[in-house]
Structure formats: C-alpha cells, structure tokens
Design a protein. Sequence first.
Length: 128
Amino acid sequence: MHKRDAVPVIPSDRGQQSPSSALICEAIRKRALLEFEYHGGHRIVAPYCHGISARGIEVLRAVQVRGFSSSAGYGFGKLWAIRDIWDLQILDETFIPDDPDYNPNDRGMKQIHCRVRSGGTDVTGSQY
C-alpha cells in the first residue's frame, strides 16, 4: 500500500467545498481508496460520492474497507463529515465500485460535487 498526495483537510464553511474536495474527487475519478483519521480512528474507505448533505454539511459517502470501526461497520456506505476528517491521503490501491445499495442520486445530499456512476464517473455541481 503506497500513500501519495497527502494534504491536510481544512473544514469548510457550511455548504462550501473544502480544499480537500479536489483530492476526494480525484480519488473517485481514479477509483482509488482514501485513507484518513476520523474520530480518533484510522480508516480506509472506497469513496463513492462527495457533496453537501441535506443538512448543509460537506460529506463523503464511502464504504469502509479497513481500519478502526467501533460499530464493525464495514461493507456498506456511510456518510463521513469532511470537517472531522484529518490527514486525508489517496492510496495507490484501487477498488471496484460494487456496493449493491449505492445510489448515484444520493438522497442524503442536496448537492453532489462528484460521484461514481455506473459506466463512468460524473463530476458535477448538480442540485438534487
């Protein structure tokens, strides 16, 4: 597992993209795993969707594949608040987007910056 493109995550204002947005969208485009610290635990996730939640918070929809999980929550999509992510890095390791429950028109988001779509990756600013 090789790390690259490490950048600090700077929390954004409500409803605005953070500087980490481009890094997350690059990982989604490349289907690359992301690694970060979240609520005191080391996480490795497969990123599926990035945008602004219905509550106006910048979030990442991702499936945790390795690392710490107090709930043993592996194998399904979770929303991760960007403001709580630290030491975000793209890994050279890729993933196949095969979550059967993933919906590219995520109802948990009012705005999608980038997402995995069947047949390709859509980088957009569409409202939902």
